[in-house]
Design a protein around this ligand. Sequence first.
Ligand SMILES: *Cc1c(COP(=O)(O)O)cnc(C)c1O
Length: 386
Amino acid sequence: MNKNLKKSIEDDPCQRAWIEVSPSAIEGNTRAIGRLLTKGTSLMAVVKADGYGHGATTVARAALRGGARELGVATLKEGIELRKAGLEAPILLLGNLYDSDELEACLKWNLTVTLSSIKEAILCENLASGKGRNFQVQLKLDTGMARLGCDLEDTKDFVERIEQFRYVQLKGIYSHLALADAYPLAKATLITELQKNQFDSVMQTLSLPQDKLCLHLANSAGTLRSRSLHYDMVRVGLALYGYSPIDIDGNSLDLRPSLAVKARVTFLRDVPAGVGVSYGHTFVTSRPSRLAVVGIGYADGISRSLSGKIFGLFSGQLVPQVGSITMDQLVLDVTDHPDIEVGSVITMLGKDGEIFISPQQWSHLSGSIPWEVLCGFKHRLPRVVI
Ligand SMILES: *Cc1c(COP(=O)(O)O)cnc(C)c1O
């Protein structure tokens, strides 16, 4: 009996701090985004960085249930992890592979690779011919990001050479938007249109039966911005998780945040006025106060730059965080919240009652972006699927 009790606390993911993930929210968001698309456009769920911190396989399954047709990852390992979990949908590696062992692994695990140069295409052809198997690839174009992608003027040559290959199969051509989520809107619109025009003009120079190729350009922001950016597929990350990267009219889309970060109060102390709290004493009590120590810190993914700027949520009320956030713990001023006890669960990010604390709020305070907040949650926080 005692032994069982001990085991359960050891295994309890909600013992100190954890992340709750709602697959039904992700499924619903996928459907909501799907409703924006015309019939010929499919949805790729971008599940890189462990599904933006939510757990890649959980997200992938939920998104596929919600109508996503393909999955996008950044790295070889991420792709293999999904295959090992039994996912059979097409998977595109968005990063660049240059090593023939890595490319061979893609062939083995049936992962589609992104190519930016003919050099890698030749490697793929040689590997595939050695195995007598087809190798699916997509070509990336640089239309104005100066990251991955082949130069526009090399595209025609690339495609014509690939057409000569026996084993390499060109499945799609895509590019990536640099400013679709940016403000001011005028500049963002201008650059996005410029990228679209570049993409269109290159496509016109190709003498391929383009209905055989999957063309795609839009991330979440591009998807929400305009149908003219949708082409044959959209690659959606952030919106899938419930956050819009742009202000869309009246949030008509009805996205639901799919993650909450929670932690327990591990200690309470009462202190007089004039007491310095945490490293550096950046906060000094101005009245007799009750302080709650919460078992979560920057080693879990709550940036130290948020110190003294954020709130926890308890019973639908905001509770101020005070002093420096430390590696494993932070302090709340709970003087006005006498019902908070040791063991109480504090919502650090997410919804409690009517109040919602979003990754956008955090990123605004820390000079970051919501993408970084989400994938900043470390694996010390167990992911609990609800
Ligand atoms: C990460 C990524 C996306 C998804 O971006 P969101 O803004 O999160 O929708 C789409 N395409 C590529 C190439 C990416 O790397």
